[in-house]
Design a protein around this ligand. Structure first.
Ligand SMILES: [Zn+2]
Ligand SMILES: [Zn+2]
Length: 309
C-alpha cells in the first residue's frame, strides 16, 4: 500500500514542493509572467460578474431550468444578462425589429430555428382573449344603454311619455317599463352615435374640401329654417331628426363595431403569433462572445416578410 503523496500548492495552484521531492517532475513549471497574472485577474472578475449577474429586464438573479440567464448580444456590464423568458416576452410585445435584434446595442441575435407542432392550447387562448374583449365592449355598450334608459325612466316618472305609446302595436312595449325604457336607451344611444359620428366626420374634413363647404351650407341651412309654427310640425321634425340620426348611428355603430373587432383580433393574433414565433426562433446564448450571425436566407426572408427583422 502506497502512502498518499502530499502535494503542497502555492497561491498560483502549482505543486511547488512536489518538484523537489518527486524525481518524475524534473522540469518545474516556469514562473508566471505579470501578463498571465493579469489574465487570471480578469478571468476572476468575469466569474465574479457572472455570479452577481442579474436580468436586465426584471433585475432578478434567480434562474430556473429553461429560464436561464443568457447573454445574447454585445451589451456588457449590468446589461449583459437577461432571462430567456423575459427576453422572449419583450420580443413578443415590442414592435419592430426587437424580435430579432437587441433594442439597446442593436446587435442581431443568433436565432436557432426549432420546428413546433401546432399548439392547440395557444389557439384556445387566442379565442378566449378575443371573446373576452368582445364581451367587454358589448358590456360597455349595454351599460351606456342601460344608463340612458334609467335616465329616461327618471325623467318620465309619471309615465306620461310611456303611455303616449299605448295605441297600436307599440302598446306591447309600453305595457312593460323595462323593455320600453331599454328601447328608448337603444334609440337615444344610436342617435348619439350618429351625431358624434357626423361631428367626427365633419371635423376630419380638410378646410379647403368642397365637401365641407356643402356640409357647412347644410348646417347653416338647418339654422336659418323658420321655426315650425305648430307643435305637430315641431314633433314631426323631431321624429325625422331622431330617425335620421338613429339610422346614421346604426351605420356608424356597425362600422365602429367592425373596426373594434378587427383591432381586437389583430392585437391578440399579433401578440400570440409573435409569442409562438419566439419559441420557433430561439435566441442563442453567446456567453459574452458576440459574432455577426449567419442565418438561413429562407428564414431571414420569412422574418422580413413578417416585419420582425
Ligand atoms: Zn428576468
Ligand atoms: Zn444588446
Amino acid at each position: 500500500m502506497q502512502e498518499p503523496q502530499r502535494i503542497h500548492r502555492d497561491a498560483g495552484g502549482y505543486p511547488a514542493a512536489a518538484a523537489e521531492t518527486d524525481p518524475l517532475l524534473a522540469h518545474p513549471p516556469p514562473p508566471r509572467s505579470p501578463a498571465e497574472i493579469e489574465d487570471e485577474e480578469i478571468e476572476d472578475e468575469e466569474i465574479e460578474a457572472a455570479s452577481a449577474a442579474c436580468c436586465r429586464i426584471c433585475l432578478e438573479s434567480e434562474t430556473e431550468p429553461g429560464d436561464e440567464l443568457i447573454s445574447p448580444c454585445m451589451c456588457k456590464g449590468t446589461q449583459q444578462f437577461v432571462h430567456r423568458y423575459c427576453l422572449d416576452h419583450w420580443r413578443s410585445v415590442k414592435e419592430g425589429t426587437a424580435f430579432s435584434h437587441c433594442t439597446t446595442c442593436k446587435a442581431q441575435f443568433h436565432l436557432r430555428v426549432e420546428c413546433l407542432e401546432d399548439n392547440l392550447c395557444r389557439k384556445m387562448m387566442f379565442r378566449l382573449f378575443v371573446a373576452r374583449d368582445v364581451f367587454l365592449v358589448f358590456l360597455a355598450v349595454q351599460t351606456v344603454i342601460a344608463a340612458i334608459g334609467g335616465m329616461a325612466y327618471l325623467l318620465d316618472k309619471d309615465g306620461q311619455f310611456r303611455n303616449s305609446f299605448s295605441d297600436g302595436w307599440e302598446h306591447i312595449l309600453s305595457n312593460h317599463p323595462v323593455p320600453f325604457y331599454y328601447c328608448v336607451g337603444v334609440v337615444v344611444f344610436f342617435v348619439m352615435v350618429g351625431f358624434i359620428g357626423l361631428i367626427v366626420q365633419c371635423s376630419s374634413f380638410n378646410t379647403n374640401d368642397p365637401c365641407l363647404a356643402g356640409c357647412r351650407n347644410c348646417c347653416y341651412g338647418w339654422g336659418i329654417l323658420d321655426f315650425p309654427a305648430s307643435i305637430e310640425a315641431c314633433l314631426a321634425l323631431a321624429v325625422i331628426f331622431v330617425i335620421v340620426f338613429a339610422i346614421l348611428g346604426v351605420a356608424y355603430g356597425f362600422f365602429a363595431a367592425t373596426v373594434a373587432v378587427q383591432r381586437i383580433l389583430q392585437r391578440h393574433y399579433h401578440i400570440l403569433t409573435k409569442r409562438e414565433l419566439t419559441k420557433e426562433y430561439v435566441v442563442e446564448d453567446l456567453r459574452g462572445c458576440y459574432t455577426p450571425p449567419k442565418m438561413d436566407p429562407e428564414q431571414e426572408q420569412r422574418l422580413r416578410t413578417l416585419q420582425l427583422m
